[in-house]
Write a protein that binds this ligand. Sequence first.
Ligand code: HEC
Length: 708
Amino acid sequence: MKAYDFRKAIITLLLAVPFAWSQERTAPVGYTEWKVYHGSPESIHYSNLNQINRDNVHKLAVAWTFDTGDAFKGSELQCNPVIAHGVLYATSPKARLFALDAATGKVRWIFDPYHGEKNSGLYRIRGITYWEWGKDRRIFYAVRQYLYAINATTGKPVKSFGKDGRIDLREGLGRNPETVTVSINTPGIIYKDLLIMGSLVSEDLPAAPGDIRAIDVRTGKLRWIFHTIPHPGELGYETWPKDAWTYIGGANNWAGMSLDEKRGLVFVPTGSAAFDFYGGNRIGDNLFANTLLALKAETGERVWHFQGVRHDTWDRDFPAPPTLVTVRRDGRLIDAVAQPTKSGHLYVFERETGKPLFPIEYRKVPPSQVEGEVLAETQPLPLKPAPFARQEFTRDMIMRRTPETYGALLDWFDKVQNGGQFNPLSYRGSFIFPGCDGGAEWGGAAFDPETGVIYVNSNEMVFVMKIAERPVIGQRSTGRRAYASQCASCHREDMKGTPPEFPSLVKIGEKLSQAEIARIIREGRGRMPNFSHLGTDGIAAVTQFLSTGEDKEYTAPAGPLPAYWTKYTFGGYNKFLDKDGYPGFVPPWGTLNAINLDTGEYVWKIPFGEFPELAAKGLTNTGSENYGGAIVTAGGLLFIGATDHDRKFHAFDKLTGKLLWEATLPAAGNATPAMYEIKGRQYIVIAAGGGKWGEPSGGSYVAFALPK
Ligand code: HEC
């Protein structure tokens, strides 16, 4: 044998060794309960139950339906229930908390945070947190600014927690609690005796900072806090103007988080800094906004971080809890964390170090032409997997549904600034594609530990976003001028809003009393900031204008403009739709994707959802916007509702994407289902809440099982 060949043989041998030692995936144990939001702390949406499987799923039938009775026009229900000791815990569109017998749907108890009083407004409570220690069993969930601890057995507040069973989330953030709105819509996560939680804050200023907090599950006392907008001396402080930490808000975790219990690491994705679309008063990269944070669950100390968007002005929040996955590299199984994004990308990092497991490239991106705005010069994007949503809207993609709609869309297209990902916002309007609602959304991804495949459902909607001047209100003003200055960015100049995210205020006087309207303006609500700075007279004038149309003068409180004031706001959320309300670009308008994380390659990809009335005319398989995640099972199935218009609940073959079963829900299943077993019978339950895009609302939970 020649020396050369000998060397080659050794190299071949060395290469072969890792394969001989290659670690195999084994079917995981556990995963038969649903005691945690999205099924488990790892947020993998996986169930080991396999009574329902590929062969018999076609027999699946309704086991029970429970109607909360709380649906109203425009309401939504996004709750992923928790099931513990045979009891299912879930919320209603009016924020009541229900305990149901999980086998029959019969009510055990109801907790009403409003004690029967009328409560207006929209709630999008995505789930609750369950904790137990022996007989002490508690449900944590937030309604408006209060986080409640409810006794899971009796449905009564746990008096020893906080003040009479609740804490005020606005407190302890270093801001005047009266001037900020803070709530929680995605539940926090339990680590030992800590409840680690994010927040929902306003998207325009004044907004609360998005600090991550851990509280004692027994008392409600604060145990640690992580400042997502760093204070002086903290890492990242230099990525903001020097006083920003006192007046900028957001950079909050509204999407939920995941936990590696064994390593004691909590993974926290954050959203954009407020105000979302103009950052002239927050020049810099803005750490830790739009960042995946790995924190020590015990102390809140940062271990590593990755910022997905520097100085975000596109509302590119990380939208879902990251998925704690295992991927194979060179024959070795590596614990990793996968973060889907609104832009249609999937980032994969080694769990302990944050090292990317697919290359990330920093690309040069265009500057802004808007006065005072300074965008980052480069932005990261992963080179693999390929994006699960299209990345640029081009002229040839305009929808030709009818000659008339096509012509109008062409005219509109030519007026708007185009430019792919990181297209800067502009005075004339810029395309954001995928739009502000993704790509991926809050439903998050499902991961199959048996195969290493991750499942992501995605929206494909074009948004047109415009920068507009924020009218300054002088010393003397009127209700109408104050409305234009303060409210029109979300509720629009014509008051029609962009329901359901931003409600219409047309004829609001018929729905709400003046006292109720004034209170909402003064206190804020959900994603709406409060406007206490308008002063009593200003609030009264805006209220009067909304209620009766009368435009009264008032004297604004004296003093300089607040520190957070920006000269620019935006012209509202606009989707690129034709005059009949259909997407103005070619399908797919929503997709379902299966990606092998070992290779980064797609296993399958299908259009997901339909508009029934278009399908009836032959325009089928278009996909549609969809919200709520999937469950992948050991029975070989992928269950998902989510589609906005067709109200379907679907089961696909997880290996091929073939539709094996579907049922029509009472309203769209815009929620992640939950899977559990009672006395040997496997159930899957989903909230049917609808209410998106003007679709009918519902308030029920529907459980399915195989017939007995
Ligand atoms: C940053 C966006 C934003 C701005 C600015 C804003 N709102 Fe809102 N508003 C919202 C959202 C979101 C809701 C729904 C809140 C909820 O129920 O969770 C809302 C709800 C309301 C409601 C209750 C509507 C209903 O049907 O119950 C009223 C009234 C209202 N806003 C008035 C105003 C007024 C007046 C202003 C200006 C002083 C204003 N809003 C500014 C986002 C905004």
